[in-house]
Design a protein around this ligand. Structure first.
Ligand SMILES: NC(=O)c1ccc[n+]([C@@H]2O[C@H](COP(=O)([O-])OP(=O)(O)OC[C@H]3O[C@@H](n4cnc5c(N)ncnc54)[C@H](O)[C@@H]3O)[C@@H](O)[C@H]2O)c1
Length: 274
């Protein structure tokens, strides 16, 4: 179904990342993937020792998980979406290698106001924390798309999918405060991009709201067992799994569909509950 198509997968931290399930599903449909992971790049400057160690370890975990789960041939690149030069050099590297993308998965989020499952109230969030969360978790949808388009590697008719959460719309549970604003922005951006990129390039942009999932690093840092259990209990079909999510992303990646600007729910029906 996806033969002769290559998709960029961002946001793999380790083998439990939601993005990893999507990458595996693409390979199972005979598609190809290029993956990016957070790591040290030549564009980072003045990194502290702590930051260097964190980025080095992040990239090592990413590389190991990708080789183990996706094979040794998959192309891997370090990418920090907060660095415009990194985005452009990455996109240019794809161009140099004559890689044309049929779409990409945006699976990137970061919120420093969440620390070890405790989170700052909205009123105490600083401008820097607010802007950092927005830059990484929402604006990166624009900056990555822009870099790929400017370098001519995102083909006309491609499909962009990003990952969101019901907290974009409703007060949910404790940890999603600052992040919920970024998810709302990500979803609104999806709609604007569906219009602009649809008109200009026939590119589709959709976003998927997924159930709470503690298996990943981000989920584990954010959620408590009772949050996941509550959503599971309330959802008519129970919480969706990473495999359910991967099926939906593959569907949205298919060339044959004329779906764009959608905020989909892969959440076992949680969103219909009052
Ligand atoms: N886990 C959940 O409950 C859940 C639910 C709904 C949506 N989501 C969303 O799914 C996506 C993937 O999350 P996950 O649960 O697989 O967790 P994860 O920790 O595996 O993935 C988050 C990724 O963001 C990356 N990242 C952070 N800052 C970055 C930067 N500056 N540049 C590049 N990459 C950066 C991390 O390296 C990591 O790979 C996120 O957008 C998350 O908000 C998660």
């Amino acid at each position: 179904m996806l033969s002769n198509q290559t998709f960029l997968i961002t946001g793999i931290a380790d083998e439990n990342s939601l993005a990893m399930k999507v990458a595996q599903e693409i390979l199972s449909y005979n598609g190809k993937v290029v993956c990016t992971g957070l790591g040290v790049t030549p564009f980072h400057t003045n990194l502290s020792e702590k930051a260097t160690n964190f980025l080095t370890k992040s990239y090592a975990d990413f590389e190991e998980a990708c080789k183990k789960n996706l094979g040794n041939d998959v192309l891997l690149f370090p990418l920090d979406v907060t660095l415009p030069e990194n985005l452009h050099s990455f996109a240019n590297e794809l161009l140099t290698r004559n890689i044309k993308l049929s779409g990409f998965l945006h699976a990137i989020a970061m919120d420093k106001t969440i620390r070890q499952k405790s989170v700052k109230p909205m009123l105490e969030v600083t401008a820097e924390e607010f802007n950092d969360t927005m830059t990484v978790s929402a604006f990166s949808l624009i900056s990555l798309s822009h870099a790929l388009l400017q370098n001519g590697v995102l083909q006309n008719g491609s499909s962009i999918v990003s990952l969101s959460y019901i907290a974009a719309e409703k007060v949910s549970f404790f940890p999603y405060i600052n992040m919920s604003i970024a998810k709302a922005a990500l979803e609104r951006l999806t709609i604007e991009m569906a219009y602009e990129l649809g008109k200009d390039y026939g590119i589709r942009a959709n976003c998927v709201r997924f159930s709470p999932y503690m298996g990943s690093k981000a989920g584990n840092a954010t959620l408590k067992d009772e949050d996941v259990a509550r959503a599971d209990r309330l959802s008519p079909l129970g919480n969706a799994t990473p495999e359910d999510l991967a099926h939906e992303v593959i569907h949205l990646f298919r060339k044959e569909i004329r779906i764009t600007g959608e905020i989909r729910h892969v959440d076992g029906g949680f969103h219909i509950m009052g």
